[in-house]
Design a protein around this ligand. Sequence first.
Ligand code: FAD
Length: 428
Amino acid sequence: MEHVHHDVVVIGAGLAGLRAATDLVAAGRDVLVLEARDRVGGRVWTHRFANGQYAERGAEFIDTDHRDVIALVDELGLGLADVTSGHDPSRRLLDVGGRATPFALHHSLAGELRRWEAALDELAGSVDPDDPVSGPDSARLDEAPLSALVAGLDLGLMARVAIGREIRTEFMLGPDEISQLFAGWMAALHRRSPGGREAYRTAGGNDQLATLLAAPIRDRIRLGAPVDLLDPDAGRIVLTDGETIVAEHIVNTAPLPVLGRMWFDMPYELARVGYGIGGKISVQTTRRIWHDSGLDGAVDTERAWGQTWDGSDSQPGDTGVLTVLLSSHDGAAIASIDETVQRVVDEADRFFPGAKAMAGERIRTDWTNDPYSLGCYATFGPGQLLDAWPFLHRAYGRMVLAGEHTDGFCGFMEGALRSGRRAARDIS
Ligand SMILES: Cc1cc2nc3c(=O)[nH]c(=O)nc-3n(C[C@H](O)[C@H](O)[C@H](O)COP(=O)(O)OP(=O)(O)OC[C@H]3O[C@@H](n4cnc5c(N)ncnc54)[C@H](O)[C@@H]3O)c2cc1C
C-alpha cells in the first residue's frame, strides 16, 4: 500500500506542537500536525458560560517570568488580565479542622512561611537553572524527597497544612513524590527573574493562544487523528484507523504517559517519570458572594477539595466563577466522580454562606483519566530527573520530543512553547 510522505509530522496540537509547527512552516518546511482531539490547545482549554464569562479547565495563570507566553499574547494582539484572588492574606481563608479563618489571623504562620521560603531559596541557590544536573549536589538532591525539607523545618500544624497544600497545588503530587533537585530547579528558574507568580491570565481566555496560533496553519492540522503506533527509526506513524504516514522527521509532543502507549520501545527512564494528577471544577454563581464577607474567593483546605479561587476576578459583570483545584491522589480520585460537583457546591456554602443558592452552571474536568493527557503535567519524583535527563533531549531515529515535560518551565505553558521552539530548531 502507498503511504503518504511528509517532511515533518508533529504529533499533538497543544502549545508545544503548534509552536513547533508554526516555526517550521515559517522556515518553509512541509508540515502535518496530527491531533487526537477535535480541538487544538491540549491542556489549554477554556470553557465559556452562557453570558460570555469563562473559566480555564486546564492552564490558567501566567507568571511574570513566562516570557514566551507574554510575547505570544502580544504577538497575537491579545491582552493580559491581572489576577488578584489569593494574593491578599487578609482575604484568603485557611481551612483546618473544620474552621476556615483568614491567613492573616494566624499570626505565627507568616514567620513559618518565611522560613519555608528561605529553605526554598537555599535549595534554589544550590541548583544551576541552566544546567540542573551537573552540580556537585545534584545526585544527593535528586534522591531526596521534598518532604524531607519540609520535615526539617519542624513546622506547626497550620504551616504544614498551608505548605502541603501549596506544594500539591504547584506539583499536583504530595511532597514525598517530588525530587528536591526538581523542586530546586523550578525555584531557581522562578527566582532568576523578579516579579510575581500567578500574575496574569490571557484576557478573554487562554485557549485563544492556541486557536490564534493555529489559524494560519489550519490547513496543515488534522483534528480527530489519534496516533496509535509509531516506529521512530522508520519515521512510520500508524493512526487508530490504520492509516500509515511516513515522515522524514517527527516532533512528538504527547505527554509521557500517552507517549508510552504509542511507542513500545520508550526508554524506562522516561516511562517512570511521575505525573501530577487531578482536575478542576468551576461553578458559576449569580453573584460574587465571597465579597459580602470581605473575602476574595481563595481558600486553602486540608480536605480533598484542595484549593479554591475566584476564576473571574478580572472579568466584568455580576456573576462570578468559583474554581476548585482537586490535586494529588485524593483530589484525582474525587475529580473523576460526578457527585463531587455537588459536594464542592455544598463545601463552598460553608466558606461563603449563601453560595449554594447562587450556584448555576458547573463544569468538571478530570485530566488524570483523559486518554490524551493521562495526568496534569510532569513532576519528577526522587531519583527520576537525573535518570530521565539524557533521554529527554536526544533524537530517536527520526523523532525528537517536545512538550512541557522536556523543558525547565515544566508544567507550564511557557515550557510547552519553549520546547516547541527548540524542537523546530533541532530539526532545521
Ligand atoms: C489542571 C491543570 C492546571 C494547569 N495550570 C497551569 C497554569 O496555571 N499555568 C501554566 O502555564 N500551565 C498550567 N498547566 C500546564 C499546561 O497546561 C501545560 O504545561 C501545557 O499546556 C502543555 O502543553 P503541551 O503542548 O506540552 O501538551 P498538550 O497541551 O497536552 O499537547 C499535547 C497534544 O497531543 C495530543 N495527543 C495526545 N495523544 C495523542 C495521540 N495519540 N495522537 C495525536 N495527538 C495526541 C493531545 O490531545 C494534545 O492536544 C496546567 C495543567 C493542568 C492540567
